[in-house]
Design a protein around this ligand. Structure first.
Ligand SMILES: Nc1nc2c(ncn2[C@@H]2O[C@H](COP(=O)(O)OP(=O)(O)OP(=O)(O)O)[C@@H](O)[C@H]2O)c(=O)[nH]1
Length: 491
């Protein structure tokens, strides 16, 4: 770059610089709080003060909110209600994601307004969330539900908490009260192994310490605002498996062409790469990558591709094509965590269908323990009732192929289907492979929750593939049921 080009680059208008920065990976967050702690108001305030609200929404907000509060401020919670319609589209776990950005970073917040509570948050946002914002009412302090939310967020691998001590305006900005609440919370967080805790006194309603500083009314608070905290928070480590292509379909339009179709579920691939076909273990090289009518020189996770190999190998639907040097776990026995979604629960000795991507296999599920939400402790269990979150052993007749969920949220997630009713009875995630003799192979004792978010994805994938209309209808019913169940665990 020449000196003058350099000068130009540094003189770039701020807006353009900001736009560039927004291309970097955004921070994902979830918000948890008890009813009326001010979650909707806080998200509304974040969107409003970062100017993420479109003008027409702003006009409606101003018009509708006059009667809502006597502070002469818009009711930010209304903003979310006004956007409710867009949430109706989802077929399963229909949480909306809100996007907002500052000059430094962009953010995605899983928004679950109204009566929908933490399970819904968990079900959607938390599987990918980098950080959890836990709201408490400054007047009420830490409640049992705060403990529960914190426990669940930490189980799900979220290692950074913001404690939003909201409605501080209603305690006359009482410093001692804020400090007592934050130290109580820090102790809880420590017992959960979470060290990164930022406690912030705030008024979501008045916009103090959310985007703008609250110094004028809380000169005693010297810490960051919520947005300053979010701007600096690290994102979770990237998922780190090699190339994964669950084969959805084998395409054979003519004698000379054979392609393997699917959506890349991890890593990247380019022509010339060596791959293994699982479960057979056959080896080949990638000859060509085709998307629609384009020939590509690479593909990454999320791309729908047709892969052409350099030699004749036996590949069928349900197989997985993977990078030769970084292969998933294969075996007959795995450890998993799951949530039971049907009244019948999960019974020992019963055989289910397990579906993961395009693969469907018979499996025997043996419950081992169940999470007691109140205490966050695992208690021994022989069966799992509806709504229970449990650890289980999975035993297969034929080789199964998985990555630990922690490494890959697609190839590590599954649903269980009852062969008698065809109902989806559980959604779950793989925590480790067991040696085929029954011993634990790796990652012993990892604590991960089974996430219905995966269930949602999988049901949607299944739905997209279902060719017959009645099958689609059946899946819809199942999804609706799953939602009811999730509502049931809330609270
Ligand atoms: N004074 C004051 N009131 C607040 C503050 N934040 C929220 N509120 C009010 O508290 C009430 C509940 O706020 P919401 O945002 O609806 O609470 P929520 O937690 O989203 O509640 P649900 O949507 O019912 O789960 C509303 O009347 C808000 O205007 C605050 O910082 N100060």
């Amino acid at each position: 770059m020449t000196a003058s080009a350099n000068a130009l680059a540094t003189a770039e208008p701020q807006a353009e610089t900001a736009a560039k920065l927004r291309d970097t990976r955004p921070l994902r967050l979830i918000t948890c709080g008890s009813v009326d702690d001010g979650k909707s108001t806080l998200i509304g305030r974040l969107l409003w003060d970062t100017k993420a609200v479109k003008e027409d929404q702003a006009a409606t907000l101003k018009r509708d909110s006059g009667k809502q509060n006597d502070l002469g401020l818009p009711d930010f919670a209304l903003l979310l209600d006004g956007l409710q319609a867009e949430r109706e589209q989802g077929i399963t776990i229909d949480v909306a994601y809100r996007y907002f950005a500052t000059d430094k970073r962009s953010f995605i917040v899983a928004d679950t307004p109204g009566h929908e509570q933490y399970t819904r948050n968990m079900a959607t946002g938390a599987s990918t969330a980098d950080l959890a914002v836990l709201l408490v009412d400054a007047r009420a302090g830490i409640l049992e539900q705060t403990r529960r939310h914190a426990t669940i967020a930490s189980l799900m691998g979220i290692k950074q908490f913001v404690l939003a001590v909201n409605k501080i305006d209603l305690t006359e900005y009482d410093r001692a009260g804020f400090e007592a609440i934050s130290s109580e919370f820090r102790e809880i967080a420590l017992t959960l192994g979470v060290r990164q805790v930022t406690a912030i006194p705030m008024s979501a309603l008045k916009g103090e310490n959310v985007v703008y500083s609250g110094k004028a009314v809380m000169p005693w608070y010297e810490g960051p605002t919520l947005v300053e905290t979010l701007e600096l928070a690290p994102v979770r480590g990237a998922q780190s498996t090699g190339f994964r292509l669950p084969v959805q379909r084998v395409s054979r339009p003519g004698e000379s062409f054979r392609g393997y179709q699917g959506t890349v579920a991890g890593g990247a691939v380019k022509p010339g790469d060596s791959v293994a076909i699982l479960p057979s273990g056959a080896i080949a090289n990638v000859k060509q990558i085709v998307t629609f009518d384009l020939v590509r020189n690479a593909a990454v996770a999320g791309d729908a591709i047709t892969l052409v190999l350099d030699r004749q190998v036996d590949v069928s639907r349900g197989d997985m094509i993977v990078s030769l040097e970084a292969q998933p776990l294969t075996g007959l026995a795995f450890d998993a965590q799951l949530v039971a979604l049907q009244p019948g629960g999960i019974l020992p000795n019963k055989r289910y269908w397990l579906k993961s991507g395009s693969r469907r296999q018979r499996v025997q599920v043996t419950p081992v323990s169940q999470l007691e939400l109140k205490s966050g402790k695992w208690q021994p269990a022989e069966s799992l009732a509806m709504n229970a979150i449990g650890k289980v052993h999975l035993s297969f007749d034929e080789k199964a192929i998985f990555d630990p969920y922690e490494l890959n949220r697609t190839t590590g997630a599954f649903i269980l289907i009852d062969p008698d009713t065809n109902n989806t009875v559980a959604g779950g995630m793989i925590t480790a492979k067991r040696s085929d003799l029954g011993g634990l192979h790796s990652q012993e004792g990892r604590v991960l929750l089974s996430l219905p978010a995966d269930l949602a994805d999988q049901i949607m994938a299944t739905e997209a593939m279902a060719s017959r209309r009645d099958e689609v209808e059946m899946r819809r019913v199942t999804a609706a049921k799953a939602r009811d169940v999730l509502d049931g665990i809330d609270g």
